[in-house]
Write a protein that binds this ligand. Structure first.
Ligand code: FES
Ligand SMILES: [Fe+2]
Length: 346
């Protein structure tokens, strides 16, 4: 039995040695989780804190990601709460997004429970019809909003109080006509800064998510006192595809604005693909603690035939992408929530 196991192992190792390096899928050596190289020595708290500080210092223009573009429709309202403000969104006759207060200006009914009829949002309680242009006489005016093709943003000037900008800072993305986009949302008990801080600690990858990442090395980290905006992390990592195979890539992490962390694959399979993590404050829960939404957009691209096929069956592929993102975020939210809970204890 022992002899047979040795033979199998020898064969596996021989195959791994001869495996062509240019193939995207590479064999992974069997590795004991506890025996991988600890990253605690490199995961410098001062570097992570400085990267978070730099992210927070970037201008937001008061824009917040509020929804997956595909959830805002012309035939029904979509309700969302951002920083304690109840909002409602739908699309007008030209397909443009309309976002405004979700509280009916008559007696306060939730407009998200209304119906869109002839492109006007009709309140369920007494039938007030709100057109896309708003009802200034009732004090209901649409908020500045932006649909970037993947996500819908709203500008809430009274929340951030920064100089407003006409458009949000949307990360550079692959051409949406040839990419596959999927959006996932998970909510947690924390503030947006905790979500950003989790993403700006790349060293936890293969320790905390051994089911997804292997052989993670941080190749570049920003200096603590960087002032030139070059605060990016560059990470070499292998995305696991099963226990013994993975896809090695090099990825960079940057913060284009204070609530967004963008991971871009800079070399390897899917080069140019991005994973945008947007943290949106929801407001306080009944227990007084903050709630935040993590709205993550995967915009993937690849010249491979298999990918073109995957694009064609995007409705079937999106749930798979979302399931993978949710699994990671189950752990990452635990990290963010833990960070928040410890801060509240101080
Ligand atoms: S509460 Fe909306 S119409 Fe009366
Ligand atoms: Fe993580």
């Amino acid at each position: 039995m022992v002899e047979r196991r040795r033979t199998v192992r020898g064969l596996t190792e021989a195959v791994a040695r001869r495996w062509p390096e240019r193939w995207p899928l590479q064999p992974l050596p069997r590795e004991d989780w506890a025996r991988q190289r600890p990253t605690v020595g490199q995961a410098d708290v001062a570097v992570i804190d400085a990267a978070v500080k730099h992210a927070l210092a970037r201008p937001s223009g008061n824009w917040f990601v509020v929804a997956d573009s595909r959830h805002v429709r012309p035939d029904r309202p979509y309700g969302v709460t951002v920083a304690g403000r109840e909002l409602v969104a739908w699309r007008d006759a030209d397909g443009r997004v309309v976002v405004g207060s979700g509280v009916c200006p008559h007696l306060g009914a939730p407009l998200a429970e209304g119906r869109v009829v002839d492109h006007r949002l009709v309140c369920r309680w007494h039938g007030l019809a709100v057109p896309a242009s708003g009802l200034p006489g009732w004090g209901w005016c649409p908020l500045p909003s932006h649909d970037d093709g993947v996500l819908v943003w709203a500008r809430l000037d009274d929340v951030d109080g920064e100089p407003p900008t006409p458009r949000p800072v949307v990360p550079d993305r692959p051409d949406l006509d040839t990419a596959l986009a999927a959006v996932t949302r998970v909510d947690g008990v924390c503030e947006p800064v905790d979500v950003v801080a989790n993403r700006l600690d790349p060293w936890h990858g293969s320790w905390f998510h051994p089911y997804s990442f292997a052989r993670l090395r941080v190749l570049e980290a920003p200096a603590v006192d960087t002032t030139n905006g070059q605060d990016r992390f560059v990470v070499a990592v292998t995305f696991r595809v099963g226990p013994r195979f993975g896809v090695p890539v090099v990825a960079e992490f940057t913060c284009p604005e204070p609530r967004t962390v963008c991971m871009r694959i800079v070399s390897g399979e899917g080069e140019g693909s991005v994973v945008e993590t947007h943290a949106t404050p929801l407001g306080a829960g009944p227990d007084g603690r903050h709630r935040s939404a993590v709205i993550e957009a995967v915009v993937a691209t690849s010249p491979r035939t298999g990918f073109l096929l995957a694009r064609r069956v995007a409705p079937a592929v999106r749930p798979v992408v979302r399931a993978a993102a949710r699994r990671l975020w189950r752990d990452d939210l635990a990290y963010a929530e833990r960070r928040y809970a410890l801060r509240r204890r101080d």
